[in-house]
Design a binder for this molecule. Structure first.
Ligand code: NJP
Length: 239
């Protein structure tokens, strides 16, 4: 039986752990070759080497613009051509009230969560349009539509990432290139490790969260639809 994404070149940012790792595993399981982008070289090598020869580690600090440029070139080299699937997943979640949040943390969230996705889209969209095929998946959030306290940087960046997805969808309609926003509620990943819950009693416990594989399942669902079907947006929350 032919796997649904056999022979397809894919890149996943933030693939060293969590949702990105689960998406990379799903892509390789569907037959795609996958370039894995994140900072932690060791974790990337571990994930890449477990993908049955389909994984390629591309270490990069996405906060460094020159490293991003180099990583974009390395992705093409590692895959043997430009990716036809781009999963913009890397993200940071600075959690603080506005009067405590630092300007540096705000700027870093805007860079990783919205500027870097734009840079990857900009790098690879042209060749997708030329080939009349390709799929850009944006990992959004419940916070790309809903404002929560202590989410100033996160919401600003995720609302922006959703806007970027919507413009991408508008610009590529009819070209053969597809785009999907996958927006989960809380997911049990390392993203919550540093969160100071303080007096907040409204935050979910780990057992009340989705798992990374749940989000990966939604991404794979969108990616494996017939070429004539675009899943514009999927919103996931715990049952
Ligand atoms: O987070 P985590 P998730 N340069 O922290 C990478 C969204 N989401 O899997 O560099 C390069 O386990 C980091 O790699 P490393 C969320 O907004 C989540 O939960 O090695 N890479 C790691 O691979 C995000 O868009 C929840 O540290 C950088 C990855 O990003 C996506 O899901 C809820 C980097 C982060 O892995 C994946 O998050 C929701 C940099 N400078 C949306 N900085 C949730 N977990 O509750 C970070 O609604 N990375």
């Amino acid at each position: 039986m032919t796997l649904p994404l056999a022979g397809t070149r894919a890149v996943v940012t933030g693939a060293s752990r969590g949702i990105g790792e689960a998406v990379a595993r799903g892509l390789a399981g569907a037959g795609a070759s996958v370039a894995l982008v994140a900072r932690s070289r060791e974790a990337l090598d571990r994930v890449a080497s477990s993908l049955g020869g389909l994984g390629r580690a591309v270490p990069c600090d996405l906060l460094d613009a020159s490293e991003v440029d180099r990583a974009i070139d390395s992705v093409v080299t590692a895959l043997g051509g430009p990716p036809r699937i781009l999963v913009n997943n890397a993200g940071v979640f600075p959690f603080a009230p506005l009067h405590v949040l630092t300007a540096d943390a705000f700027a870093a969230a805007m860079t990783v969560n919205v500027v870097v996705p734009f840079r990857f889209v900009r790098a690879f969209l042209g060749s997708m349009i030329e080939a009349k095929e390709g799929h850009v998946v944006t990992i959004g959030s419940v916070a790309d539509r809903v404002a929560f306290p202590e989410n100033g940087a996160y919401a600003a960046s995720k609302f922006g990432a959703r806007a970027l997805h919507e413009v991408l969808r508008a610009e590529t309609r009819g070209t053969g290139v597809r785009s999907t926003l996958v927006s989960p509620g809380p997911v049990d990943t390392a993203m919550w490790n540093e969160i100071n819950r303080g007096a907040r009693t409204d935050l979910p416990t780990r057992s009340q969260m989705l798992g990374p594989q749940d989000v990966a399942g939604a991404v794979l669902f969108a990616l494996t639809q017939p070429a004539s079907v675009n899943i514009d947006e999927l919103r996931l929350s715990r049952t």
